[in-house]
Design a protein around this ligand. Structure first.
Ligand SMILES: *Cc1c(COP(=O)(O)O)cnc(C)c1O
Length: 421
């Protein structure tokens, strides 16, 4: 569910007409709904009611500080995968003890900054990384709390580029080697082993892969406890999928996911952490764009819009489907017409949708790309020297620009010309 609905024939973001934002900030832009972000966070939080838990928003999905602050004020922790994200979370006011540091390649410098600033735990991905964390912690005279990310060799049955829990993926240590890796960790002086971490992929549309993985984590918890490790925290990653199409079968709900967690792991008495990203931010954001031209091609018509693959790369990168709606509600009975919706970038991959039925549209009309809140703005680039698009946040009848569009001077002046030229 989201808060982007037609009212009086016009698409609204909560109580604000999308066209009004377009008139103020220009197009294209991202707009996020505070109510939707909070609703999704609370669904997870409530799904784990009765269990000691922390929902750590995987901020790589959408990391604007206004989003982080909104969620942190509601009680969320953060899952970060780089020191840049760590510093951004800190800047948004998230306390260190609610920040979990994940990611396969943390450098000594990143480890040092996080240990100095304070963190909840490192989710360790390899033995060399474990040794590096121990060494930096010793140097600073502290002990680093860690979990080890295990790779349960489970097929998440999602897009290959976002599956992370199979043995051929680069993530975590093979679960079959967990006992020796935990023994190694326990022997390192700068570490305190507190738990187990697992994250099997993104945009999962079934619960079974989670169930397989969490059962393996439950078994492993008992084995590691018998080996003498004080396993008291289980970080279960993120990955719950969202509906990208209205017609799609609905993916599992956070309540069912929470019940699964309690059923598979509840008996262990561990503190539970989850790291949802996409399900919190995905349907809380639209990418709004304006039609520049309608171009007649051979046997098809193109809507050439002012947003492009550099603004939202998911269709090009993951063959992702996004629902696209006109900002003016089509009159009842208007016949839909198939369009190819494309951006101005010089690549055929710069296509948002092919043969998508929409009411007849004309140059100047606004469209909204739905489900663009996660892995949208954060993956954008300035390819073709197109400025990063602004981000706007709506709260009831208010809206605010939370990242402004850079000027061309700012973009161009970032380059420096070497002396010899
Ligand atoms: C990407 C990622 C997540 C979030 O995944 P979603 O599919 O957005 O919920 C959580 N944890 C880790 C370690 C990740 O890399």
């Amino acid at each position: 569910m989201d808060h982007f609905l037609y009212r009086d024939g016009a698409l609204h973001a909560e109580d604000v007409p999308v066209a009004e934002i377009a008139a103020t900030v220009g197009t294209p832009f991202y707009v996020y709904s505070t109510a939707t972000l909070l609703r999704h966070f609370r669904l997870f939080d409530e799904a784990l009611d009765g269990t000691d838990h922390l929902v750590c928003y995987a901020m790589k999905a959408a990391s604007n500080q206004a989003i982080l602050k909104t969620l942190a004020q509601a009680g969320a922790g953060m899952d970060v995968v780089s020191i840049g994200e760590y510093l951004r979370a800190k800047a948004a006011g998230v306390p260190g003890d609610r920040i979990v540091f994940s990611g396969v390649g943390k450098t000594a410098e990143e480890i040092r900054t996080a240990l100095q600033g304070g963190l909840r735990q490192f989710n360790v991905e390899s033995e060399p990384e474990m040794e590096a964390i121990s060494a930096v912690a010793q140097e600073l005279g502290v002990v680093a709390p860690i979990t080890v990310r295990v790779n349960p060799d489970v097929d998440a049955r999602t897009h290959a580029k976002i599956a992370t829990g199979k043995s051929e993926n680069k993530f975590g240590i093979p679960i079959s080697r967990a006992r020796e890796v935990y023994a190694h960790a326990a022997a390192l002086p700068g570490l305190e082993v507190i738990g187990i971490d697992v994250h099997i992929g993104s945009q999962l549309t079934e619960l079974e892969p989670f169930e397989l993985a969490y059962k393996k984590v439950a078994d492993l918890t008992e084995v590691l406890r018998a080996d003498g490790h004080d396993i008291r925290r289980l970080d279960l990653g993120g990955g719950l999928g969202i509906p990208y199409t209205r017609s799609n079968e609905a993916p599992p709900l956070p309540t069912d996911y929470g019940a699964l967690i309690k059923r598979t792991l509840g008996h262990l008495g561990c503190e539970i952490e989850i790291e949802p990203g996409r399900l919190i931010a995905g349907n809380a954001g639209l990418l709004v764009s304006r039609v520049i031209y309608v171009k007649q091609g051979e046997g098809r018509d193109f809507l050439i819009v002012d947003a492009a693959m550099n603004d939202l790369i998911r269709p090009a990168m993951y063959d992702a489907h996004h629902d696209i709606d006109p900002v003016i509600e089509p009159a009842p009975g208007v016949e839909a017409y198939p369009y190819d919706i494309v951006g101005p970038v010089c690549e055929t991959g710069d296509t948002f949708a092919r043969q998508r039925p929409l009411p007849p549209l004309a140059a100047g009309d606004l469209i909204a790309v739905r489900g663009a809140g996660a892995y949208g703005a954060v993956m954008s680039s300035e390819y073709n020297t197109r400025p990063l698009v602004p981000e706007v946040m709506v709260h009831g009848d208010q809206f605010a620009v939370i990242r402004r569009r850079p000027t061309f001077d700012e973009i161009i002046n970032r380059d420096t010309i070497p002396e010899w030229l």
